[in-house]
Design a protein around this ligand. Structure first.
Ligand code: PHE
Length: 391
């Protein structure tokens, strides 16, 4: 009999089938759904080349010995192999995990398309507290990835670190940024920091005519692998930085290290400033935070910042706030590892650099045509996907 805290895979299956329809059982612990539609999705892009609510495949795996419960979503492989990191989070239930993996994998497709990479979009979520993850769970996750035979290639995301990768890679070769000998040779966080800063300078240029960070007030929300370094480098460039995080014990020492102000998370979105930079979890730009904003620009590394895309982008545009689409400016990690899987791409350095120009371009198209930057980005993503699929 199961203990009370043990996840019951049968419950997961029932809940997932309630949302996605009947599963195909690939083996005792592996389920698959193909051509799914995001339950409760926002619709609106049905039939377009880029439809974030429609996925090629979703997989669920449960490993009883390690108690791993994980989902992998392949949103699109139209442009190339589906790449994306693994997020480790204590989701309240399997439905919440499913929504997250579907939205995150779709964002990876957008990121690859808008950066000009011949890669597709995928993502994994593991249900659990990242602080208590075990080597056995990482191994089980590696076997799960391997079982998909290359349809999905994994890496790090919120809740997973470079230290986890060799443990995963011991069971699968489908891990980004590793040498054949199984050593981590590429980090995705550092190049992401670089592209966020390129995007920030471009946004400042579009709004103020000057792309310098010096003396600009920048509120960095979430100071983990990406946000912490965005804050550090912005401060080094002379910005007046404020930092906040769910965990004060992370934000406080960083604030004193870089001479930044440490502000409370509660109310951080209402801080008067030039730039709000969200760098943690998604859904933070929504109908309750957007009216509170007192910034000119939103530019950060977090995935899926808009709760409703593109409706919340319209709200930002109506308020005259320049929104640098997240999947444009946080593409640095994807670019650096994606070039290993794409043929004929330009040099990664050029592609990282180009994120600034793309951001500026989207802001200008949005101003000129009276559409949100998110809508402008979606149009270019549609064009790339339509071209690739011959549609
Ligand atoms: N997880 C990061 C992102 O969302 C970096 C990453 C990109 C990891 C591509 C794996 C593959 O972009």
């Amino acid at each position: 009999m199961a203990t009370t805290d043990a996840p019951d895979p049968l419950d997961d299956r029932l809940a997932l089938e309630g949302l996605l329809g009947q599963a195909e059982q690939l083996d005792e612990h592996l389920l698959r759904w193909t051509s799914t539609r995001l339950p409760g999705g926002q619709g609106g892009r049905s039939g377009r080349p880029y439809d974030p609510d429609r996925h090629e495949a979703v997989y669920y795996h449960h490993d009883p010995p390690s108690r791993l419960r994980a989902l992998i979503a392949v949103h699109s492989s139209v442009l190339g192999p589906a790449l994306g990191g693994a997020r480790w989070q204590p989701y309240a239930d399997i439905g919440e995990a499913l929504t997250d993996v579907l939205r995150l994998s779709a964002a990876m497709t957008a990121k690859m398309a808008v950066s000009g990479l011949d890669c597709g979009g995928g993502k994994a979520v593991i249900i659990g507290d990242a602080a208590t993850k075990t080597p056995e769970q990482l191994a089980a996750y590696g076997r799960f990835v391997e079982r998909l035979g290359g349809r999905y290639v994994t890496g790090t995301d919120v809740g997973t670190t470079l230290d986890d990768l060799p443990l995963i890679a011991a069971h699968t070769s489908r891990v980004v940024g590793m040498s054949p000998a199984g050593e981590v040779v590429k980090d995705t966080a550092e190049p992401t920091v670089r592209t966020v800063l390129h995007g920030m300078r471009a946004s400042l240029k579009a709004v103020f005519g000057d792309g310098s960070l010096a003396r600009r007030r920048i509120v960095v929300i979430g100071v983990g692998k990406v946000g912490g370094e965005v804050a550090r480098r912005a401060a080094a460039e002379g910005a007046n930085v404020a930092v906040t995080d769910l965990y004060d014990e992370i934000a406080a020492p960083l604030a004193s290290e870089i001479g930044a102000e440490h502000v409370a998370l509660d109310g951080a979105y209402a801080q008067p400033c030039d730039v709000i930079s969200p760098n943690a979890l998604g859904g933070v730009l929504n109908s309750s935070t957007i009216p509170e904003l007192r910034c000119r620009i939103v530019c950060g590394g977090a995935n899926n910042q808009l709760l409703r895309d593109p409706a919340d982008a319209d709200l930002l545009a109506e308020r005259g706030i320049a929104y640098a689409p997240d999947y444009v400016v946080n593409a640095g990690g994807a670019i650096l590892v994606g070039v290993d899987y794409a043929t004929g791409s330009a040099s990664p350095e050029d592609m990282l650099e180009r994120v600034g120009a793309t951001t500026l371009d989207l802001l200008r198209v949005s101003q000129r045509e009276g559409i949100s930057t998110a809508e402008a980005a979606l149009r270019s993503i549609d064009a790339r996907l339509a071209g690739a699929s011959g549609g």
